[in-house]
Design a binder for this molecule. Structure first.
Ligand SMILES: *C/C=C(C)/C=C/C=C(C)/C=C/C1=C(C)CCCC1(C)C
Length: 242
């Protein structure tokens, strides 16, 4: 009986519920992006198909989580933190895989990929601790998470990933640079959202806002935008080879 009631609630979307609205739009945007990436796969040869496939997997995994998160929000009017982090722990490592895949032309090794995946897992697990488990120490866990984030930023902007991108040159270098900006600016929205939604010394400095709106906007920019950069790199490379 209780479940039936919940289902009934989820079918309604209050026009003033702008958080629910961004969850709803998120579902559609992630679905549309996935269809776009998957349906484009045939035009690429094997070398680039994997990269575009991973772009599609990232938005598809997010789409499924967005359907759950939208319903969870509508039913409970609280943040679907658990689904959020399950989504991220699957999709963020895949974004690290994308860096590796495009840098393979310059001889990137799987050790680079695993290093970045490891860092992203540390970033997300510690963030989850602060947001959902040890909420009294949100600032401390957020700071640890932030360190892992900065190491990722360092790795791609100045570290070995950067060197590989320079060695690859041309379109790969250009795409790598744009992806670096996504990580530096687009990903920075997440810690801002975190500071809006958790208690810490930063509360007086950060404007009030809804954590889910920040995360939803960031996800749309980062998952779809990131995927489109990979897609257009594949298109360019395809033209060169043709
Ligand atoms: C598709 C999802 C993406 C790209 C998610 C990225 C998430 C982050 C970069 C989260 C970072 C965080 C910090 C740097 C500190 C506070 C805790 C987090 C997990 C929100």
């Amino acid at each position: 009986m209780k479940n039936l009631l919940l289902l009934d609630i989820t079918s309604k979307l209050d026009p003033t519920d702008y958080v629910g609205f961004t969850f709803f739009v998120g579902c559609m945007a992630m679905m549309a992006a996935s269809a776009f990436f998957f349906l484009s796969l045939n035009q690429f040869d094997k070398k680039w198909r994997t990269s575009v496939l991973v772009s599609g997997l990232i938005t598809f995994i997010a789409a499924v989580h967005y359907f759950y998160m939208r319903d969870y929000w509508a039913a409970n009017m609280e943040s679907p933190t658990f689904f959020r982090y399950v989504d991220w722990i699957l999709t963020v490592p895949l974004m690290c895989v994308e860096f590796y895949l495009i840098l393979k032309v310059a001889g990137a090794k799987t050790s680079l990929m695993w290093k970045m995946i490891g860092l992203s897992v540390i970033m997300l697990v510690t963030g989850y601790f602060g947001e959902a488990v040890f909420t009294d120490q949100a600032a401390l866990w957020g700071a640890i998470s932030g360190v892992a984030y900065f190491v990722i930023v360092y790795e791609i902007w100045l570290g070995s990933a950067k060197k590989l991108a320079v060695a690859a040159g041309g379109d790969v270098l250009k795409a790598h640079k744009i992806l670096c900006w996504f990580v530096l600016v687009g990903w920075a929205i997440y810690p801002l959202g975190y500071m809006m939604g958790t208690d810490g010394w930063y509360n007086s400095m950060i404007p009030a806002g809804n954590i889910d709106v920040a995360y939803n906007i960031a996800d749309a920019i980062n998952k779809i935008g990131f995927g489109l950069v990979i897609y257009s790199l594949a298109v360019k490379k395809q033209d060169v080879n043709a």
